[in-house]
Design a protein around this ligand. Structure first.
Ligand SMILES: Cc1ncc(COP(=O)(O)O)c(C=O)c1O
Length: 427
């Protein structure tokens, strides 16, 4: 971008003055993680009052209070079946965290291999790799790092991952055993994969016959727009193309009900669920079925879930609108930043002047606003262009959020003008 010398000096001096003003306000705002606000959590407090009393048997007669029921209660599996589009007998419902299920799948494949693996993933000569769509979810990348799985970055496009690149990599490199996907309102770009992308993922040839799609459908019922995006069913497509074992589909009620006390599921082919259940029996004598019953009796049906998610939407939408309003007012005319306008999910992806993202975060932290970890949306925490930051507006109240956004905007502008004038002075 090109700004005239005098204009740049003036913009830089204005940004310095503004920054100094906010620095003196002794702010302490932490909005680094995308977690539901107390008001959102309050929507599900009735969950704790669901009377189980003498009514603790599941539909199929399982005593929810006792050991056993490794696959999860029938009614919990049925409820998830309506959300993820996989038959209820091919769903496992576990504890509160879908991330834990993902980790355990990875660990299981690492130790034993999948039903299609020639050997345990840990025993593959030369190691294994995963495709990571960037910018993406830091906790997925952290899991790969934990296991020593190589990460190969593929850019996110408007309709999902760059599939030309994914196809080329997956067909030619047998060390690639998986891909992380957040297919709906993805974290952090809020992208919903198109039908064509889902079909290609399900049908493309893979050099590794045990290639797996880790389909993290964390935002399956989380629109911010009135009409929810529709997502093609990866399982149906995989079956159609003869790759029924390829997708491992995860979801949870964490961001529908109480994040610390939701229920999570893994869905997939019969082979995959049987594989999972075999190892699960070693780990535990069964999941918390009392909570499964409570969750099902609270959420009741897809229609009720929709009503609840509409209440979440009403609480979240003004915050996401505020992000756009403040960024647009503060940064819209300078051309030093751009940001997404999410249709759903929990995040806004902010792109600042390349070379300044770290500095923006540093400046904001010095002014009392903690809002992002630079590089966190990239494997190994490395954003080579130092340009991308994740904004999570859900938790703070609207006043705090507005202040934080004003500070972030000033920091984006200050870092950009400092950078541009430093570059101009050496030219
Ligand atoms: C993409 C994605 N997957 C999973 C999770 C966590 O899900 P759970 O609470 O079910 O472990 C999050 C939470 O932010 C997320 O953004």
């Amino acid at each position: 971008m090109k700004i005239a010398h005098d204009d740049l000096n003036r913009l830089k001096s204005d940004a310095d003055t503004e920054y100094l003003r906010y620095s003196k306000m002794d702010l302490r705002i932490d909005m680094a993680r995308g977690i539901p606000s107390p008001q959102q959590i309050d929507l599900s407090m009735a969950l704790l009052d669901v009377p189980l009393g003498n009514d603790y048997l599941s539909e199929d007669g399982t005593d929810s209070r006792n050991y056993g029921g490794q696959q999860g209660l029938l009614e919990a599996r049925r409820l998830f079946s309506t959300l993820v589009g996989v038959p209820e007998d091919q769903i496992v419902v576990g504890g509160n965290s879908s991330l834990a299920l993902m980790y355990e799948c990875l660990a299981q494949a690492w130790r034993y291999g999948t039903p299609d693996s020639p050997r345990a993933w840990s025993q593959e000569p030369g190691g294994i790799s995963f495709i990571c769509v960037v910018p993406g979810y830091d906790r997925h990348f952290a899991m790969c790092e934990d296991f020593g799985i190589r990460m190969i970055s593929v850019p996110m496009l408007d309709d999902g991952p760059d599939m030309e690149l994914v196809k080329r990599l997956v067909v030619s490199d047998s060390s690639i055993k998986g891909i992380w996907c957040v297919p709906k309102y993805s974290n952090p770009t809020s992208t919903t994969y198109s039908k064509a992308v889902v079909e290609t993922l399900a049908s493309m040839p893979a050099a590794a016959r045990d290639f797996r799609i880790f389909w993290d459908n964390a935002y399956v019922v989380h629109p911010l727009v009135e009409v929810d995006d529709s997502l093609e069913n990866i399982y149906t497509q995989a079956v159609r193309h003869g790759h029924s074992n390829r997708p491992l589909i995860f979801a949870s009620t964490s961001k529908m009900t109480l994040p610390g006390a939701g229920i999570a599921e893994l869905a997939g082919s019969k082979d995959n669920t049987a594989w999972w259940l075999k190892a699960a029996a070693l780990r535990s004598v069964g999941p918390d079925k009392v909570n499964q019953l409570r969750q099902v009796r609270f959420l009741r049906s897809p229609e009720k879930i929709k009503e609840l998610m509409e209440q979440h939407r009403q609480l979240l939408l003004p915050k996401f609108e505020r992000v756009h309003e403040v960024f647009n007012r503060r940064l819209g005319t300078f051309g030093v930043a751009q940001w997404t306008r999410p249709r759903g999910g929990y995040f806004v992806s902010l792109e600042v002047l390349p070379g300044t993202a770290k500095r923006v975060v540093e400046l904001a932290a010095q002014a009392g606003v903690k809002f992002a970890t630079p590089g966190s949306c990239f494997p190994y925490g490395i954003d080579e262009r130092d340009y991308q930051l994740r904004i999570a507006p859900s938790y703070p109240d609207i006043l705090q959020l507005t202040t934080a956004l004003e500070v972030i905007s000033v920091c984006v502008a200050k870092a950009a003008f400092d950078h541009l004038s430093a570059v101009a002075s050496v030219e």
